[in-house]
Design a protein around this ligand. Structure first.
Ligand SMILES: N[C@@H](CCC(=O)N[C@@H](CS)C(=O)NCC(=O)O)C(=O)O
Length: 251
C-alpha cells in the first residue's frame, strides 16, 4: 500500500499529481505546518530529516521528492520514463536540475524575504546586509540565467523531454510554479505551466480532500520586477507566489 505524507503548500503536491497521473491506489496522510511554518513532528517521526514529501510503500519510507518520483516511475510508471537512451539521459538531467539547481536559489530568496518581513525596519540595514549582497550579486542573476535557459529549452516543446509527459516534467513543476512571480518575461515557461495545470490528473490532485497548493491555481503572472525594484518588492512577489499569502503574515 502506498501512502503519501503530504504537507500543505509544499513540494509534496507534485507527488500527489504523479500518483494521479499513474492512477495508482494510494492513501494521503495530511500533515499541517506548525505556527512557525515548519513541518510538524509527525513528519520527523517517519524520517529524521523531517521534510516533506515522504512516501511509504509497505515497510519502505522514501524521502526526497526526486528520489520518490524516480522510485514511482521505476516501480509503477515506466510510461513516465522516456524509452530512447539519449532522451533518458536528458530526463535524468531535468530530474536533478529541478531540486539540485533551480529550487535552491528560489528557496533562498523566499527565506531572505521572511527574514526581512520579521526584522524591524530600523534593524534591516544591518540584519539584511549579507542577504541583500547575496541576492544582488548571486541569486538574482542565477535565477535569471536558469529561467532563461529553461525558457529557451521549452521553445517549441510541449514537454521537457520527448513527446510525452515524463517524471522530468513533474519534478520541474514546483520550481517553475514557484518562479512564476518572475516569469512574465518567459512565455514558454508560462505556456508549459498552463498546460500541465490543465491536465485532468493535475486537477484531480488539486481537488483531493485536504490538498492545498496555491501555486497550482491558474493566474496571470505578475510583471517581472524591474532591476531597480527593492529587495522588499522582489521578495514579497515571490513570497506571494510561494505561499499565496501576504509578506506580513508569511511564515
Ligand atoms: N529536496 C527536498 C526538500 C524537502 C523540503 O524542504 N520540503 C519542505 C516543503 S516544500 C518542508 O518539508 N518544509 C518544512 C520544514 O522545513 O520544516 C525534496 O525535494 O523533497
Amino acid at each position: 500500500m502506498l501512502t503519501l505524507h503530504y504537507l500543505q503548500e509544499s513540494r509534496a503536491h507534485r507527488i500527489l499529481w504523479m500518483l494521479e497521473e499513474l492512477e495508482l491506489d494510494y492513501a494521503v496522510e495530511l500533515h499541517e505546518r506548525g505556527p512557525d511554518g515548519l513541518a510538524p513532528p509527525s513528519i520527523k517521526a517517519l524520517h529524521p530529516v523531517g521534510k516533506a514529501p515522504l512516501l511509504q510503500d509497505g515497510a519502505r519510507v522514501l524521502a526526497e521528492s526526486g528520489h520518490i518520483a524516480a522510485y514511482l516511475a521505476d516501480t509503477y510508471g515506466p510510461q513516465l520514463i522516456p524509452a530512447d537512451e539519449q532522451a533518458r539521459l536528458d530526463y535524468r538531467y531535468w530530474l536533478h536540475f529541478a531540486e539540485g539547481s533551480l529550487a535552491p536559489p528560489l528557496i533562498a530568496t523566499y527565506l531572505f524575504s521572511i527574514v526581512e518581513a520579521r526584522t524591524p525596519k530600523l534593524l534591516r540595514p544591518i540584519v539584511l546586509f549579507a542577504p541583500r549582497m547575496l541576492q544582488a550579486n548571486y541569486y538574482d542573476h542565477t535565477i535569471a540565467d536558469m529561467l532563461g535557459f529553461v525558457d529557451a529549452h521549452l521553445d517549441g516543446r510541449e514537454f521537457f523531454v520527448g513527446e510525452a509527459l515524463s517524471t522530468a516534467d513533474i519534478m520541474m513543476s514546483f520550481p517553475l510554479e514557484a518562479a512564476r512571480a518572475r516569469v512574465a518575461d518567459y512565455p514558454n515557461i508560462e505556456r508549459w505551466v498552463a498546460a500541465i495545470q490543465a491536465r485532468p490528473a493535475y486537477q484531480r490532485a488539486l481537488a483531493k480532500p485536504g490538498a492545498r497548493y496555491s501555486l497550482g491555481q491558474q493566474r496571470t503572472p505578475r510583471a517581472a520586477p524591474s532591476p531597480r525594484a527593492t529587495l522588499v518588492e522582489r521578495a514579497s512577489a515571490l513570497v506571494d507566489m510561494l505561499t499565496g499569502r501576504r509578506t506580513e503574515t508569511a511564515r
